[in-house]
Design a protein around this ligand. Structure first.
Ligand code: AHR
Length: 551
């Protein structure tokens, strides 16, 4: 890329620029559509590798079929786990995987999923499902091991007694062998560590991330922030700790921009000075496919207005991050607590499911890729505030990177965005100012409904979308800049000024497609016979995938 780069309509670009020596600031040039000013000397913070994290739960076809096909399946698998899922998760270097939910976690007994398979119960479970418990804790840990990522578990705060929660931690983390008692009692083998060993895992799982409940304002118990604060304190007052690092406990935070929840929660937590166990505040923000109804709208059929409106409402993530950060600071300045956006994505209505039993599965187009870029850029720009983020959910669900049904498998455009953003992972976010004329959102009218399962709230309408957005980071002398051009038709000639440095070699990757409705489809995929080549081939600087045009 040159400093003056034409970014074609509805495209994402990620470029690496080698900064070789210091120089003066660049002046603006005439005839450009947009300008990006990068200031490598102004660091925001280290971009937590965990912001590119993932989430799966027993829901529709996410775990059963998506992740778990069983050891005896004809579908390529590693100990029952779908091989293509593992490969794709490795390709995006997934740092953390959250499980078992989600609303499923709010009534899940972790003990049901351990021990001999033949003895595991078949239970009524959330989402009106029957849960066979074939995929449980040990299978999940094996999934994480195979991917090379760290686990993030959620405890069922709605129905599990506090004792079960600390025994869950003990089962996962108690070391094997003789344990000193830290009392006058003689060392002994921990009984739960022994049970874990008998179930095939002598070595501890060493789980550091623990969700203390999920959506306690909704499916997790319909609680008030004050009620939840009491529960959080009770469940976290003491948990077995092995090793030097404290457990990273994540409290249930708001739905969307419900700042009232955050304020009241922190006020209630501050009423008791014991708050050292809190590491992160969970935030869920979904962008509905419809401006007037939550979890509605079509994943594939949308006109220009709906396209811009969705991206505008998705960009509210910026406000969600800053509002909650502000609310935490207001209440006792507890800004050691970081945000954990452990559910995000575009949530559409019914119509593009993989099949009748694939609840909440939906198609994903280039529009979703752009939303992914906009969202990851927001997290990167707020590297000082966001400690983790988990896309909901990795496969066969709302904003997935992969779709799978039986022996068919494909990746979505969002998968490529996660690959493109890898150079930012763990780098230092630096200030970057984007100047471009904003795009009007004609659909901004009434308040926007937001929700998750069993919650309704609303947000003020937003009238404009940034004409160009992105983020920048430095690693050594390499600057990575990611840019989203949301214009459907308009190429943006953009001048990039790197303040206080001179740019040497430049290389870039662009994700674009002829039609923003383009997507990967399982049937087409099979017809193309390209399933072995799904990693994508680079053609003319863009990713060539087997996209299908619907509209
Ligand atoms: O991701 C789907 C669901 O959305 C999750 O189970 C729940 O936490 C949220 O409401």
């Amino acid at each position: 890329m040159n400093r003056r780069q034409v970014l074609k309509g509805a495209a994402l670009a990620a470029s690496s620029l080698a900064v070789s020596r210091f120089a003066g600031a660049q002046g603006a040039s005439a005839g450009v559509d947009a300008r990006i000013d990068v200031v490598p000397g102004e660091a925001i913070g280290t971009i937590a590798p965990e912001i590119y994290s993932h989430f799966i739960e027993q829901l529709g076809g996410v775990v059963y079929d998506g992740v778990w096909v069983g050891e005896r399946s004809k579908i390529a698998n590693k100990n029952g786990i779908r091989l293509d899922f593992l490969k794709a998760m490795r390709a995006v270097e997934a740092p953390v995987l959250r499980w078992p939910g989600g609303c499923f976690a709010d009534s899940y007994d972790w003990r049901d999923g351990i021990g001999p398979v033949s003895k595991r119960p078949n239970r009524a479970a959330f989402w009106d499902q029957q849960e066979p418990n074939r995929y449980g804790l040990h299978e999940f840990m094996a999934t994480c091991r195979e991917i090379g990522c760290r686990p993030y578990l959620a405890g069922d705060l709605r129905s599990m007694p506090a004792r079960e929660f600390y025994q869950f931690v003990e089962y996962c983390n108690a070391p094997a062998g003789m344990l000193p008692s830290n009392s006058a009692a003689p060392p002994a083998v921990d009984t739960l560590a022994g049970e874990r060993a008998a179930n095939g895992s002598p070595e501890p799982f060493n789980v550091e991330f623990w969700g203390v409940g999920n959506e306690s304002w909704g499916c997790g118990g319909n609680q008030t922030p004050e009620e939840y604060a009491g529960e959080f304190r009770r469940y976290s007052a003491w948990l077995p700790r092995y090793g030097k690092e404290p457990l990273k406990l994540v409290a249930v935070g708001p739905n969307g921009d419900d700042v009232d929840w955050t304020r009241r929660l922190f006020r209630a937590l501050a009423a008791n000075p014991e708050k050292r166990h809190l590491w992160g505040l969970s935030v869920h923000y979904y962008t509905s496919g419809s401006p007037s109804q939550f979890a509605a709208g079509d994943a594939l059929q949308y006109d220009e207005g709906a396209y811009y409106d969705l991206l505008t409402r998705g960009s509210i993530m910026e406000r969600v991050v800053t509002d909650h950060w502000g609310a935490i600071e207001e209440n006792g300045g507890q800004n050691k607590v970081k945000l954990v956006v452990d559910e995000w994505g575009a949530w559409y209505g019914k119509g593009t499911e993989l099949g009748p039993n694939y609840n909440l599965s939906q198609q994903s187009t280039m529009r979703d890729a752009l939303l992914s870029g906009i969202t990851l850029d927001i997290f990167q720009r707020h590297a000082d505030k966001v400690a983790m983020a988990n896309v909901a959910q990795s496969i066969n669900c709302i904003h997935s990177l992969m779709l799978a049904r039986e022996d068919q498998f494909t990746v979505t455009p969002t998968f490529h965005v996660f690959r493109m953003y890898l150079p930012h992972k763990g780098a230092t976010a630096v200030r970057a100012e984007f100047t471009a004329q904003a795009i009007d959102n004609p659909m901004a009218g009434a308040p926007i409904p937001v929700g998750g399962n069993s919650y309704l709230g609303s947000l003020n309408a937003v009238k404009t979308l940034a004409g160009l957005s992105g983020s920048a980071s430095m690693r050594g002398k390499t600057l990575t800049l990611s840019v989203v051009n949301p214009h459907l038709e308009r190429a943006m000639t953009t001048e990039i000024a790197v303040r206080g440095a001179a740019v040497g070699a430049v290389k870039g990757t662009v994700l674009r497609s002829g039609d923003v409705h383009d997507h990967n489809d399982l049937r087409i995929w099979m017809r193309c016979g390209r399933w072995r080549r799904w990693w994508g081939r680079r053609v003319g600087g863009g990713w060539c995938m087997c996209f299908r045009r619907r509209v």
